[in-house]
Design a protein. Structure first.
Length: 186
């Protein structure tokens, strides 16, 4: 994917009928997570695509896309978080890892489940704009996410946007601890 360095991606919220395909999300995540420091394998991209497929069926999912020349170059999505509705094993493990006090801080918040930017559009503010637009579109005061606990462009973006450490959640697919970050709009 070779891009004109001055071309600007079109970034906008999308409605459920416009959500990208699972295949598009898998390709984007694979490209975004392959370079160091993540260096994730193709199986991880397939896992995130399956999770996206499961979550995108929810009526309350919010998503933002970035397209350049008709191709998906960035994507972020999430949904409101209520512990009594999150009954899957990963969510239960997250709650146990965080502990009662920290888990209570994200009750009723918005969970940013995925933010991915193709390397060809990296370092151009696309991730920042996707995250800001998703947070605004969510309507929530508190947002949280889990990322790999490693110095990465994504983690630096979250910190610049005011996300702070809440605790550690389940391990990331690569076996590293999952870092849970939270952001509250004042």
């Amino acid at each position: 994917m070779h891009r004109n360095a001055t071309a600007i991606p079109l970034i906008r919220p999308c409605i459920s009928v416009e959500l990208p395909s699972l295949h598009a999300i898998e390709r984007l995540y694979a490209a975004a997570s392959q370079p160091p420091p993540l260096s994730e394998k193709a199986e991880v991209a397939a896992l995130f695509a399956r999770l996206y497929g499961y979550n995108s069926a929810r009526a309350d999912v919010a998503a933002v896309t970035a397209h350049l020349d008709g191709e998906l170059v960035g994507f972020a999505y999430g949904h409101p978080w209520e512990w009594d509705k999150e009954t899957d094993p990963w969510s239960q493990q997250l709650q146990a890892c965080l502990g009662e006090e920290a888990a209570a801080l994200i009750e009723g918040s918005f969970s940013v489940l995925l933010l991915a930017v193709h390397p060809s559009s990296g370092q151009r503010g696309v991730g920042t704009e996707l995250l800001e637009m998703l947070m605004a579109h969510s309507g929530a005061r508190t947002h949280w996410l889990q990322t790999t606990d490693a110095d990465s462009p994504a983690q630096r973006l979250y910190r610049r946007q005011g996300y702070r450490k809440l605790g550690h959640g389940p391990e990331a697919p690569d076996g590293r601890p999952g870092l849970v970050l939270v952001h509250t709009i004042a």
